[in-house]
Every structure is written in C-alpha cells, then in structure tokens.
Design a protein around this ligand. Structure first.
Ligand code: HPA
Length: 243
C-alpha cells in the first residue's frame, strides 16, 4: 500500500474518500498528525501531513521516526515523499519538479535511526542509493506523462533549517553536486530504509536557492510557486496511486 507524506503546501490530497483517521502512538512517540486512511478511485492509500495539521512542526522538530513507524504499522509498503525545495541548479526554477536519485545530508542533531538502544548487534544499512529505484521509475513515468517541466534525477541537499541558507552555503552545496535544497529529506529517507519501506521523493521547486537569482527569498514567492506547482504534483501522485 502507498503512503504519501505531504510537505509544505500539501496538507491534504483532494478527492480522497476518508475511511478512517488513525491517531497513532508508537514506541518513538506520536506522528505529526493523525494518519488519514482513504480510498482514491477504489485504491486504499495513507496520507500524513509531515509538519502536522495545522502546519506546526519545523523541519528539525518533525518526529520522523514516529511518522514512518506508524505508516508501516498501518500497512504502508511504499512511501511517496512530497517536498518543497529551493532550486540550486539554475535550470530548476520555481514549479520545476525533481525526482532525486541521490542526497547529501547537512542536517544535524536529529533522531536519525531506529538502531540506537538495546541492540544485540550494531546495524549499518546500505544507503548507497537512498531512494527506491522502482518507485522512482514509477514516479518518473507518471510525471513525464503529465509535464515536461521535470528532471528524473538530481542530488537533494538536506539542510537543518528552519532558516534558509546563505549564498556561500548554497555555493558550497552546488560545488558538492547538489541540485536542490530542502530541510526534510533526512533522516526520513534513511529511516524508511531501516524499516524496509520503499521510499522515493517528488520535490517541487518553490524558489531559486540563495544567490541563484539576485533577489532575496520571500515567503510570498514561495507561496506563489506552491500555488502554481502543487496542483501538478497532486495530479502525478494521484495518477501513480490509481494506476
Ligand atoms: N532552502 C531550504 N529549504 C527550502 C528552500 C530553500 O531555499 N525552499 C523550500 N525549502
């Protein structure tokens, strides 16, 4: 079963016929919000608002461990993560959609593993390819059927936030090979791998990252890009789920 983790600008999916709202408690605490179990054209899907409902947890305060644990407990096997991001690659302007194939984690101090205490042995997951290739391919297939304004690979740089980056930080990230920058891609992707959930990300660019354009970044431009671009992301996710 698919689960969708909605980020900034995606607090709900349209057209869902709600079956249940699950208020979950996990060994890692409570997820960001009740998990919506719903039917979409006959397919059952789970939906979770990453930042809570209303939007109240900043990226470093999201309980990523509880979120993924609860989704798995409810039967999710594949996670589609929706993320709003800044574009580092100048070719990726507002409303561009990127389906990353790699990531670099610049965040710190987040609870980033299930393998911490009471271990019989230390566990290191393989994370060479952080996203599930099959799920990525499905996302790419459904995206390419609906828009040309997308790229099917890229490196997602995950910063700590909640502040945006400096121009020098983005320059460094660009030299590191990052194409997009967000604050919530990690530890989510790694936690999913730890508990064997297939995980892929569909990222909507909502602003040029710091210094990429000569303007400062405003919430107004971010909100405008979300308004203009999130409809397409929803259509893609819908198309994948009902296929
Ligand atoms: N930086 C980090 N995270 C973001 C940005 C950004 O420019 N835009 C949206 N999320």
């Amino acid at each position: 079963m698919y689960a969708v983790i909605g980020g900034t600008g995606l607090a709900e999916l349209d057209g869902l016929e709600v079956i249940n709202r699950h208020q979950m408690v996990t060994p890692w605490g409570e997820p960001s919000a009740p998990i919506v179990e719903a039917r979409l054209e006959g397919k059952v899907v789970l939906f979770l608002a990453r930042h809570g409902q209303p939007h109240r947890f900043p990226p470093h305060r999201v309980n990523y461990r509880a979120n993924l644990w609860a989704l798995r407990d409810l039967g999710a096997t594949s996670i589609i993560a929706v993320n709003a991001v800044g574009g580092i690659d100048p070719a990726m302007g507002p409303t561009h959609i990127n389906i990353p194939d790699q990531l670099i984690d610049y965040s710190h101090g987040r609870a980033g593993t299930y393998f911490e205490d009471d271990l019989e042995h230390v566990t290191h997951i393989d994370f060479s390819y952080p996203y599930d290739e099959k799920l990525r391919e499905e996302l790419i297939r459904h995206t390419s059927a609906l828009t040309q304004n997308f790229s099917g690979k890229g490196v997602y740089g995950c910063t700590q936030g909640p502040r945006l980056e400096t121009v020098a930080e983005i320059r460094r990230m660009s030299q590191d090979g990052c194409h997009i920058v967000g604050m919530t891609g990690m530890p989510e992707a790694a936690l999913a791998r730890e508990i064997d959930l297939a995980y892929a990300c569909i990222a909507l660019v909502v602003n040029p990252a710091a210094g990429v354009s000569d303007q400062v970044i405003t919430m107004d431009e971010i909100n405008e890009a979300i308004e203009n671009g999130m409809g397409m992301v929803k259509r893609i996710v819908r198309s994948l789920i009902v296929a």
